[in-house]
Design a protein around this ligand. Structure first.
Ligand SMILES: *Cc1c(COP(=O)(O)O)cnc(C)c1O
Length: 379
């Protein structure tokens, strides 16, 4: 089965009781048993729900994994993965992480005795000196946010496997349409389904996909024991989103490419960060491990001031000023005053997050309108 067919058909079947082609929203907390212990595989809805089961199977297929597990948010999924660890264990993570992931690592799990090391994994070899006999997990996000760095998943996986480490890849930015980390050697894929998988900015949801039964069982135990499960309505929305993922992503990629080039040719724009440019430092890796370059990008202004950035941010009409990404509508954001505001300015600027850095989540509107919008906002 090819990708698009899989997104539409895998994991779902007409409802046996009615023939409904769409998986029903099983809004129930429990299931009636015929006799004590005699049931249809469903006992209590924290443990199993048929709407969630259909989505979990669909997502497993979408990522070429064998098991899917859904959670109430992307961070709830991350939380479950970290609970595979024990106090004293160590994690090596890429240093340009989603802010919420950095926060749960350093502000929550560090308190439980887990140690985190951060490194610029664009050079996969930067992991090796950080490996100790307590290292258990390597955590990769690629492309990164907001500078669109690319990390070579296969290269990181070779190092992880040599040292018996679990490799987890946050595949939120690429989505399973553009990149399948399990095929490149990762053990665990995590998604904020809030973004491209849901795709319509109407649900908060998270998912984990794995190949190995043993890891799936541990994660299912944590999912049920800790209980951060999504409701069936939210599962329905993500299942519906998944069916159009390939069509949306094609348009995100087309629009993204045109806007990246438009920005690069604009005389008020300084740098444009987008992995589709042939002079992007890891373009060759992106080309190898991704099927396209997506609609996420960021750029800086020649007038590198908060004021100049704010003028652009408040001047757009179709690009809405908001956090999040991956919906059909275009969004614009300012890392320095929004997603990365908690990082001290000096450290922020040192890492390339200068005052005028603006991030775009390019939507699937008509690209001419989006370019007109940016043209008048940048001035
Ligand atoms: C949004 C996001 C998350 C967190 O997901 P939530 O659904 O908001 O909890 C994790 N990783 C990345 C890359 C994200 O963009």
């Amino acid at each position: 089965m090819k990708l698009g067919t899989k997104f539409i058909h895998a994991g779902v079947a007409p409802d046996p009781s009615t023939g409904a082609i769409m998986t029903p929203i099983f809004q129930t907390s429990t299931y009636v048993q015929e006799a004590p212990g005699v049931h249809k595989g469903y006992e209590y809805a924290r443990t199993q729900n048929p709407t969630r089961a259909a989505l979990q199977d669909a997502l497993a297929a979408a990522e070429n994994g064998n098991y899917g597990l859904c959670f109430g948010s992307g961070l709830a999924a991350t939380d479950a993965i970290l609970k595979l660890l024990n106090p004293g264990d160590e994690v090596i993570a890429s240093n340009d992480l989603y802010g919420g992931t950095y926060r749960i690592f350093t502000k929550v799990f560090e308190r439980y005795g887990i140690k985190f090391h951060f490194t610029a994994m664009q050079d996969a070899n930067s992991i090796t000196p950080l490996i100790t006999d307590r290292t258990r997990l390597v955590w990769v996000e690629t492309p990164t946010n907001p500078l669109l760095n690319i990390i070579d998943i296969a290269a990181v996986s070779r190092i992880s496997q040599n040292h018996n480490l679990l490799l987890c890849v946050d595949n939120t930015f690429a989505s399973p349409y553009l990149q399948n980390p399990l095929d490149l050697g990762a053990d665990i894929v995590v998604h904020s389904a809030t973004k491209y998988l849901g795709g319509h900015s109407d649900v908060v949801h998270g998912a984990i996909i794995v190949k190995e039964e043993a890891i799936a069982q541990q994660l299912a135990f944590i999912q049920n024991s800790c209980g951060a499960v999504p409701g069936p309505q939210d599962c329905f929305l993500v299942l519906r989103g998944l069916k159009t993922l390939h069509v949306r992503m094609q348009r995100h990629c087309e629009n993204g490419e045109k806007i990246a080039h438009f920005l690069r040719n604009h005389n008020k724009v300084d740098k444009v960060y987008w992995a589709g440019f042939t002079d992007h430092p890891n373009h060759h890796v992106a080309k190898e491990q991704m099927r396209g370059f997506g609609g996420m990008m960021s750029f800086t202004l020649k007038d590198d001031s908060i004021e100049a950035a704010h003028k652009v941010l408040s001047g757009t009409h179709y690009f809405s000023l908001a956090e999040s990404l991956g919906g059909v509508e275009s969004l614009i954001g300012h890392p320095a005053s929004m997603t990365h505001a908690s990082i001290p300015r000096e450290e922020r600027v040192k890492n390339g997050l200068v005052d005028s850095l603006i991030r775009l989540s390019v939507g699937i509107e008509d690209v001419e309108d989006l370019i007109d919008d940016l043209t008048q906002a940048i001035g």
